[in-house]
Design a protein around this ligand. Structure first.
Ligand code: ZN
Length: 115
């Protein structure tokens, strides 16, 4: 009788890791939970690339019926946003102004929102 040692190594040692839900990350002393955020709050408006949108899109004429487009350049109260805030070039700002005014006349945009 030959005993064959069947080396049945249990392949894959199962090590069931019990989830240790004991301590969360950073179990420090309570209270002092404010990270020192040293953000330089300089830019009131976050700086955007000052590239004329219409130049990049190669829009020669500004569609005055495109309300969604125009509304990007109209402030909440209905005012036209100045060029230096939007970054639109002079040429397009002029056309944009016309477009907005046209849109106002056909009641697509408000002249001024009521309070
Ligand atoms: Zn332009």
């Amino acid at each position: 009788m030959s005993e064959e040692t069947q080396a049945k190594a249990a392949a894959g040692a199962d090590a069931p890791q019990s989830s240790q839900a004991a301590s969360g990350p950073g179990a420090g002393p309570r209270g002092a939970g404010r990270p020192a955020g040293g953000q330089g709050g300089r830019g009131k408006f976050f700086r955007r690339k000052k590239v004329c949108k219409f130049c990049t899109d190669k829009l020669d004429t500004i569609p005055y019926r495109d309300v969604k487009l125009l509304q990007q350049f109209v402030a909440e109260r209905g005012k036209i946003v100045p060029r230096r805030l939007t970054g639109v070039c002079t040429t397009h700002q002029r056309r944009l102004t016309r477009a907005i005014k046209q849109a106002r006349n056909i009641a697509l945009l408000p002249f001024a929102t009521r309070h």
